[in-house]
Design a protein around this ligand. Structure first.
Ligand code: FCB
Length: 431
């Protein structure tokens, strides 16, 4: 069977729906470093036991693809020691998707790390590169030709800024220099991963899921805000895209430093660009030791901020897609979604963003897929269980799933896009 021309699906990640095995995020929880004191991921959405039932939801929303992540601490509990049981389980999952006619999209790294990886120095250790190759080789050997779309790294820039510069995610460092070292190793690890995937799963495509934001000056009249917004956009959105296009990295963080390095083989190791888009930020100049600005979320269009406090800004989706298009590769929208308890708001978000996507496609952009975040409500990293991103609501006491009206809208939008009708989907919002 050939890969569907347009992937229409939903995304999850292991830790967020299956719950925590021992990894660097469970350590982080125990150190009470989440924004919600006392919160624990635990069994998360119960997907570790309910995965078959959850997969059964996919055909009911017209999904022809599903993006999920592999938890390295399960697959490689000790360095270089692989769990046959964990690998077999992943294979069963992929087989089940095939049975349902759903294309698997596998993320190999989605923020979490085994405790031993952290103890060995994490991504700052040059040995992390060969280690990632070894891990990916084991996974690709187990899943082989069944998986044809691979995402090596989810949001490396978010991990680097959150984990190595701001220190708010594991490993909790506050050093641009350390972030740059980790960045270099992660990109080399990507190249190594693409290389083994080409051997173990020939003909499949490989990419990175890149979180992108629209950047705006907080005070339009302020030269410094405008300038800083451009710097922010370069640091956050464009540096990685340029690296993918050219192999050259020039990463500049105003007030913190600049790193330049080259990753030969990076352009050849990317077959698509994965775009995760959620919001727009406003940048404000504010000089203080070690930093020159802040970012804030505003609501100038009065759509209401999401339960993450993020602005709803569909127009920015078009802008970041155009930036990603400039890398010259096909795009897969690997995440887009909203945290809200008001499903009417989710419907509006979904319709408006899919409309932007349809417009970019009509304008000639090669966009090969859209994945909504998320299938079911799940554990949102630092914010815990409060934000609700699911097309299906989860009752965390009973683990019961309840279909939201947005799941119906998702089904209709998908049918429209995949019919090849083109143009903008004119789907009425459910009441
Ligand atoms: C993205 C993450 C994903 C999820 C969404 C809301 O940055 O990749 O795991 O938490 O945000």
């Amino acid at each position: 069977m050939s890969i569907p021309e347009f992937l229409w699906g939903v995304s999850t990640s292991s830790y967020q729906v299956e719950g925590a095995l021992e990894n660097d995020w469970t350590e982080w929880e125990r150190q009470e470093r989440l924004n919600v004191r006392g919160e624990r991921c635990g069994r998360a959405s119960g997907h570790r036991s309910l995965w078959r039932d959850d997969f059964g939801l996919l055909p009911t929303i017209g999904a022809n693809a599903y993006r999920f992540s592999i938890e390295r601490s399960a697959v490689e509990p000790e360095p270089g020691v692989f769990s046959d049981e964990a690998l077999l389980r992943e294979r069963e999952r992929v087989d089940e998707l095939a049975r349902l006619g759903v294309e698997p999209v596998v993320t190999l790294h989605h923020f979490t790390h085994p405790p031993w990886f952290r103890a060995q120095g994490g991504w700052e250790n040059p040995a992390s590169v060969a280690g990632f190759r070894r891990y990916v080789s084991a996974v690709a050997a187990a899943l082989g030709p069944r998986v044809r779309t691979w995402i090596t790294l989810n949001e490396p820039v978010v991990l680097l800024l959150g984990g190595y510069v701001a220190g708010v995610m594991p490993p909790g460092h506050k050093s641009f220099r350390r972030a740059s070292r980790a960045f270099e190793h992660m990109l080399h690890a990507h190249v190594e991963a693409a290389d083994v995937i080409a051997v173990q799963a020939p003909g499949s495509r490989v990419g990175i899921a890149h979180n992108m934001l629209e950047f705006a000056p907080d005070r339009v009249g302020s030269f410094l805000d405008r300038r800083l917004a451009r710097y922010g956009e370069r640091l956050y959105n464009l540096t990685l895209l340029d690296a993918i296009a050219t192999g050259d990295v020039d990463w500049r963080f105003p007030g913190k430093g600049r790193a330049r390095f080259r990753v030969p083989g990076l352009p050849a190791a990317n077959h698509f660009v994965g775009v995760n888009y959620y919001s727009r930020v406003h940048i404000r100049f504010r000089a203080r030791p070690g930093a020159v600005g802040d970012f804030v979320y505003r609501d100038p269009e009065s759509r209401g901020l999401t339960d993450m406090g993020w602005e709803i800004h569909p127009h920015g989706f078009g802008r970041v897609l155009q930036q990603a298009e400039a890398a010259g590769l096909p795009i897969i929208v690997t995440e887009n979604g909203i945290a809200t308890r008001d499903d009417r708001q989710r419907c509006a978000f979904l319709r408006d963003h899919v409309q932007v996507l349809a417009r970019r496609r009509a304008a000639g952009a090669r966009i090969d897929g859209y994945f909504h975040w998320s299938l079911i409500d799940n554990f949102e990293w630092l914010e815990g269980f409060r934000p609700r991103f699911g097309l299906f609501e989860v009752d965390y006491a009973t683990l019961r799933r309840r279909r939201n009206p947005s799941a119906d809208l998702f089904t209709r939008l998908g049918a429209h896009l995949r019919s090849g009708a083109g143009g903008e989907p004119s789907v009425e919002l459910p009441g």
